[in-house]
Design a protein around this ligand. Structure first.
Ligand SMILES: [Zn+2]
Length: 269
């Protein structure tokens, strides 16, 4: 079985769940996606693929500093080589997250976990394990609301409470933010930057939240595999046993086909 590596070098970016912004900063396509579903994007301009800040790979730097206010989230990494980032959203969930962490540890791979505050508060030991094992924990709001329907005050509360609970369990404040449903607005970008977080979306959506079958999740990752791709999966929010099993299948195949699974690092610290 081929790992699909390199098959979809061009196609992967088109699957990114990101809003495109018009002249007046209103989303070009603002329809709210179904729960967990990032909206399908319009074709992106080539320039949108080449977002500059994610130029390097490696562990995040420690010192927080000024974070730029963006108008769209980052979708992928730039750089050379067959390098990909794996991300897991909505957890941590003691039913599924440990299995994902076990597989990552088995292959000595680091990933990103965009956690929800209300899940993190109940599962602080899993945040501690993520820290111990070198993963990045990002902020995915407290209760997973559609931010575009909230007041600025509510958005701030959703974000800052989550950063607080991450700091408790993980040991440092998150430096990455991902909006639920991929639904960003100006407040989300501004408040995220105020809290020192860069907005990270994704390139390839496994659609694992639809429980399409383990094989289907594996296929989506392998078909979408390409340099710089950021993969979206979930470790909570429903029955994620397919997501856990799929990781055990696609991860060794990605590694066998020469992919290096890594973490983004920020140019602006
Ligand atoms: Zn989510």
């Amino acid at each position: 079985m081929t790992a699909g590596a390199g098959v979809a070098a061009a196609g992967a970016a088109g699957a990114a769940g990101v809003f495109l912004w018009g002249e007046d900063d209103k989303p070009v396509r603002a329809a709210a996606p179904a729960a967990g579903a990032p909206a399908r994007s319009l074709p992106l301009k080539p320039s949108a693929y080449r977002l500059q800040p994610l130029t390097g790979y490696g562990p995040p730097r420690a010192a927080p500093g000024r974070t730029p206010v963006r108008h769209e989230p980052l979708l992928r990494m730039t750089g050379r080589g067959r390098t990909m980032v794996l991300t897991f959203d909505d957890g941590p969930d003691p039913r599924y997250t440990p299995g994902i962490l076990d597989t990552l540890a088995h292959y000595d791979v680091r990933a990103m976990f965009f956690v929800c505050g209300e899940m993190a508060a109940d599962n602080q030991e899993l945040l501690g394990r993520m820290a111990d094992e070198g993963h990045i924990v990002g902020n995915h709001t407290w209760s997973h609301p559609l931010l575009t329907r909230l007041t600025r005050r509510r958005i701030r509360s959703e974000m800052s409470r989550t950063s607080d609970v991450i700091e408790e369990g993980y040991g440092e404040r998150p430096r990455w933010f991902r909006a639920p449903y991929g639904a960003w607005n100006r407040d989300a970008f501004q408040l995220g930057a105020e809290l020192g977080m860069e907005p990270l979306a994704w390139t390839v959506d496994t659609l694992d939240w639809t429980t399409p079958g383990t094989g289907s999740i594996v296929d989506r990752v392998e078909k979408g595999a390409a340099p710089g791709v950021v993969v979206l999966s979930h470790d909570a929010g429903g029955d994620r046993s397919q997501s856990v099993r799929a990781l055990g299948e696609y991860l060794p195949r990605l590694l066998d086909s020469g992919y290096h699974i890594t973490l983004p690092h920020r140019r602006y610290t």
